[in-house]
Design a binder for this molecule. Sequence first.
Ligand SMILES: [Zn+2]
Length: 249
Amino acid sequence: MNITTRNSPNQRAGRGGQTPDFIIMHTTGGSFAGALSWTLNPTAQVSYHFIVARDGAITQTVPIENTAWHAGTNNSGGSVDNRHSTIPAVRERRLNANSYSVGIEAVQSEIARRAKIHSARQVPQGQYPLTGMIKCGRCGVPYRRKHASAGSKYEKIVWICATYNTLGKAECASQQIPEDILMERIAEVGGLDMVEAIIVPDHFRLAFNMKNGRTVDAEWQHRSRRESWTAEMKTAAAEKAREHHGKNN
Ligand SMILES: [Zn+2]
């Protein structure tokens, strides 16, 4: 079998004393180029031992004897130990699953990809266009949609790391992002159709993995008071500025 080798910066030397005895298959609806560039990008903090293209071609980006970062746990081998995994065999081991698994990313066929998009659109319950697309750069777990401050006048929709949301800052000190700001940033990079995946590497930062294989880094800020001014407030301020200007002439 012909295997192309590339070296991902996203790996840890060795297995932390574990022997790999577990294979974790991931699938992506995106392109092979997108999956590969993401794995080779240090910002992504994501890697797989192997990426399998639609035509079956295999690229290895992490040696088996090293730890790849694909299993949604702390990449540095820290405190996150998969004890909340939905898979009993993983949950019971109380270990970072990255340390004892081989990660394979398989690019799905175009038909499967379309079926997935179609079904995602047909499942309204908790499914939004961004569901499954945003990954926490700190713990590797997907971001989920949440109504923050529900019931109060400050209620807004945010996206938040599921680890942070359920286990708190001690497990993952990541940051939630207002959905409106997220959608603005997505529009700036060309819209949702152009985006394969989004990673949140740090506070106020986003990294877009584009479908064309490129990576776009972006920053964001909370809306300033100025931006949240109403049109009325803006008109009043403009009038005041004109008056002031007039006095000086
Ligand atoms: Zn997280």
